[in-house]
Write a protein that binds this ligand. Structure first.
Ligand code: SF4
Ligand code: SF4
Length: 428
């Protein structure tokens, strides 16, 4: 294949995220083309999508995206494009292009959705952890923290979000009244019955934490109604802290393959700082135990790299590979701890910390199109401080080197007058 933008997924797949239906989890609607009434990209509300799922896959934005890719436009696919240009030739795009090459290719017409092979489902937001880079749309545990940080605008939960609160009216009135909502979100999966699932070969399930969700088993039962489990792979993104029930394990044993991608942000206690209430040793042990029970498991570990854990990646990768497992990593985006906006001195500090390892180049490439942002950096310093108080923890106990350098140099790049637009200047 020669096209750098063609991807099999908009021809064969869809993803239900907590924000709407989209072509895949890596898709970035903020960089996608404006369509219709000037709206950015798309997250098709599930309520709308579920009326006529096949129609949505054939037409509308799925078709626009297939056409864009045919014309060589990168748009919302910039993460795959970036990774292929600077990091790794093997991305989600290349993986599925290879996997579905007998079904769809770069010469395929963009007019039709080919065949449903792969679905990704964010089941609900029921989770036991409070990861710093996450939010209450994805973790029910984070309502209190989000409220504390003042980031639960009711508008985020209005009609056009995908996930339906079990009591939406109460949920919205609670938010309006300043009460921490207790309602959880769940994806209504019954619309799957309207689709032809017979050729489905892979389903990826995310949460919250899928292994603690009461919605997981009904989903698996629904899939088994239409697809022979021996021809079905189910892939999970799990935080590894919950051991699946006996009944789930029995169902997993019928699958062609069970793929477990375990979120582990370091083989070091900084994991437990970033993934609040997590425990990296328990996570690793749980998943190895599960792998030992079943014979059809692929087990891999994945880190989400942020300011907090970036300097621990070389050791983490080495530790996981020494255990004999696949290791991969991605980046924190759209969160104060993202590496996107760090000052230049921080880049140098990080480079020094990972000197002599492959991460020197990984970070160099990552920073190529990034720029220091005063506001985002101050927000990071502020949130680190107030969340340490909120959780009664101290960064110094988890990553003393980072804590030290922040105390010494945090405002080095800000010499000069305060930025009027930064509301954190007086708080950091
Ligand atoms: S190219 Fe990447 S981001 Fe775009 S649809 Fe394919 S997998 Fe998703
Ligand atoms: S485990 Fe996943 S869903 Fe839960 S808080 Fe962490 S990132 Fe969010």
């Amino acid at each position: 294949m020669t096209s750098k933008t063609f991807c099999a997924l908009p021809h064969t797949s869809f993803t239900i995220s907590t924000k709407g239906v989209r072509p895949c989890c890596r898709w970035d609607k903020w960089r996608s083309k404006k369509i219709d009434n000037g709206k950015m990209g798309f997250d098709i509300p599930l309520s709308e999508f579920s009326q006529d799922p096949q129609g949505h896959l054939e037409n509308g934005y799925f078709k626009t995206l297939r056409e864009e890719q045919l014309k060589g436009e990168v748009g919302g696919c910039h993460k795959c494009y970036f990774d292929e240009s600077y990091r790794d030739k093997h991305t989600m795009r290349t993986h599925y292009n290879e996997k579905y090459k007998n079904i769809v290719g770069e010469k395929s017409s963009p007019d039709n959705f080919k065949q449903l092979k792969y679905i990704e489902i964010a089941l609900d937001n029921i989770c036991n952890l409070e990861c710093r880079m996450c939010d209450s749309e994805s973790s029910s545990k984070l309502f209190k923290r989000d409220k504390f940080l003042g980031i639960i605008p009711a508008t985020r939960y209005e009609k056009d979000t995908t996930i339906l609160a079990d009591d939406r009216d109460k949920f919205l009135s609670d938010i309006t009244a300043g009460i921490t909502p207790s309602a959880k979100y769940e994806t209504d999966i019954s619309f799957l019955n309207k689709l032809d699932l017979s050729q489905l070969d892979t389903v990826k399930i995310l949460g919250g934490e899928p292994f603690m969700s009461p919605n997981l088993e009904p989903l698996i039962d629904l899939l088994f109604k239409y697809v022979d489990p021996k021809k079905l792979t189910i892939e999970f993104a799990t935080n590894g802290s919950v051991f699946p029930s006996k009944s789930l394990i029995e169902k997993f044993s019928k699958l062609e393959e069970l793929i477990l991608w375990v979120s582990l942000d370091a083989t070091h206690k900084i994991n437990d700082y970033q993934r609040m209430r997590g425990n990296y040793i328990e996570t690793i042990n749980n998943m190895i135990q599960l792998e030992n029970i079943l014979s059809n498991v692929f087990l891999g570990f994945s880190s989400t790299i942020s300011i907090y854990n970036a300097d621990h990646m070389p050791k983490t990768k080495k530790d996981i590979e020494n255990l004999g497992y696949t290791y991969t990593y991605g980046w924190v985006y759209n969160s104060s701890s993202s590496l996107e906006f760090v000052p230049l001195w921080f880049r140098d500090w990080l480079k020094e910390r990972v000197k002599g390892t492959e991460f020197e180049l990984v970070y160099e490439n990552f920073f190529l199109d990034k720029k220091y942002d005063h506001f985002e950096w101050h927000k990071f310093i502020h949130e680190t401080k107030v969340l340490d108080q909120f959780y009664n923890v101290r960064l110094v106990d988890y990553n003393p080197e980072l804590d030290f350098v922040l105390k010494q140099r945090a405002f080095e790049q800000d010499a000069g007058p305060k930025k009027e637009t930064c509301r954190y200047c007086n708080e950091v």
